[in-house]
Design a protein around this ligand. Sequence first.
Ligand code: SF4
Ligand code: SF4
Length: 331
Amino acid sequence: MSEVITKKYISCKWLESGVCFDNGVYGSNVKLCCYMSAPGGGNVMIFEDYHGEKINWDKFFEIKQKYREIQQNGDTVEGCRGCVFLEEKDWPQENYIDSIIFDHFTKCNCRCSYCYTEEDKKKYQTLKTYNIYPIIKEMFDKKIIRKGLEDKGGIGFGGGEPTILPEFDKLMELFLKNGFSNIRIPSSGIKFSKSIEKGISTGQVSVNISIDSSSRETYKRIKQIDKYDTVCKNLIRYAKAQKNSYNVISKYIIIPNINDTKEEIDNWLKFNKEHNIGIIVIDIENSWLTKYRNEKPDEKIVDLIKYVIKMSKELNFYRLEICDRAKYLLN
Ligand code: SF4
Ligand code: SF4
């Protein structure tokens, strides 16, 4: 096997070997990433106004190479300046993709009150998407996609609800059979997916469901849909498929005055523990934090986050993830 040439400079895995198919606030584009982790982050284009056309891969890598050269020359790609993902290391000088974000769809079967789609529900529920399967299949056939190393690379979904994409199972099958082991799926949990279940059972998939409640009434107030029992049932089915206890992630976004009681949190923790859900995530509603971020942190909310930290240790969860917004309140 020929040795891979590497070069040391500041870059990031998305700039080097990632791609994001997006159809959101910036339109329908192919980009380096979807992370708003820098002032211009999530908006560095490869192809603008893209709607599923056949991709010229030489052109694709030519554009990516130009970004790479900016980094190699000691400068920073404009949209990447200040990004937290930039790091100095030896980067392989090869053209391949090992990280993909599917963000090319916005339709969802849920109606979370905090979702970005709430600002124009009709638009996001009807926004036209395109078939991505032929593109991904071609990437596999041409060996453009390569399985990332354990700590690097992976497949993620965003936008709307992945399980209602007509191509979802076919796509999953491609990644599962090609040995991808880091497939992260955020889901409303309303539609049960056999391919997610299969990926969980082999340890290749992690599903993240933000249930945000532990009662039908609270769920309904947040999600504007009466599907609490269905989501609980599906969470339990996914959890049962796990080899270990860390492929099903249960998330709780605190929404002040709606689900911010210890009782609701206690019952959520109890549910997760009872059903062997090892990873829990705590977050705070984005629009609430944006509104009050310059004021003294609300003691009740800070105490609730601290309570989750304490209880996660007492109940011995495998891991508690504290999202950046919640961390911000603790500082
Ligand atoms: S914005 Fe950040 S994550 Fe995205 S490509 Fe640039 S450095 Fe990487
Ligand atoms: S499940 Fe996700 S995409 Fe769907 S409404 Fe909720 S936040 Fe939005």
